[in-house]
Design a protein around this ligand. Structure first.
Ligand code: ADP
Ligand code: MG
Length: 209
């Protein structure tokens, strides 16, 4: 079972990954966007970390809902409301339970990704964050690492796609040949989840628990 601390660690790890990769995310957003994806998410996840430290929620669902609300209020770009929706909806699905199972988290994330698709009107193959989130969440049944790898492969697979949603779609065929920044950051988010799950498993082994 996963408690609120696990979810806070996930968000902290996501913030660290965004910090590490912010320049790269912004570079990816240069040829097919407005070169702000890294700075958008850096601002957002820094605020998430601060909000979670200021008033650490006691339930997994509340952690994700606070993170989602914070992203919506601090990220101006398209990605803010979309990631905000992902985390808020996932958190809402988890409800107020103090601990949730991996299967409950997988089901909740599935709903969260569905809400992103509905809000943004995008589908698989449109060269958006969904091209990492959909395969990533589909692989959660295998393991967190499998989900992270599937999301990473999904992000790589956006290179030959033509964007049909968001700013990149204004470029038409010229959007082909570039990796989508949002799909790349989504892979970071699921990579952070896998890292935290593996760290916790290693600690458990060390403790002989
Ligand atoms: P903006 O495009 O407003 O500058 P960002 O640069 O922060 O916002 O985020 C861009 C990313 O948002 C894209 O790479 C894409 O993955 C994602 N995105 C944009 N529009 C949509 C949409 N309608 N549905 C899903 N994802 C989208
Ligand atoms: Mg942008």
């Amino acid at each position: 079972m996963r408690d609120a601390e696990f979810f806070r660690s996930w968000m902290t790890a996501a913030a660290a990954a965004v910090e590490r990769e912010a320049d790269r995310l912004t570079e990816l957003d240069s040829p097919i966007g407005d070169a702000d994806h890294g700075s958008n998410l850096l601002r957002g996840f820094t605020a998430v970390r601060t909000a979670l430290e200021a008033e650490p929620p006691a339930a997994p669902g509340a952690v994700l809902q606070l993170a989602g609300r914070t992203l919506i209020s601090t990220v101006g770009g398209a990605s803010g409301p979309l990631y905000g929706m992902l985390l808020r909806r996932t958190g809402k699905e988890l409800g107020e339970a103090p601990e949730v199972s991996d299967a409950e988290l997988a089901a909740a994330l599935d709903k969260g990704v569905g809400a992103v698709a509905q809000l943004g009107g995008a589908a698989a193959g449109d060269k958006t964050m969904l091209d990492a989130l959909l395969p990533g969440v589909a692989a959660l049944g295998t393991s967190y690492r499998a989900a992270a790898d599937a999301a990473e492969n999904g992000a790589l697979a956006t290179v030959p796609m033509q964007a049909r949603k968001g700013r990149a779609s204004y470029l038409g065929e010229r959007s082909i040949g570039h990796q989508d920044p949002g799909a790349t950051s989504s892979a970071l988010l699921l990579g952070a989840l896998a890292d935290v799950a593996e760290r916790e498993a290693a600690e458990r082994t060390e403790d002989g628990r």
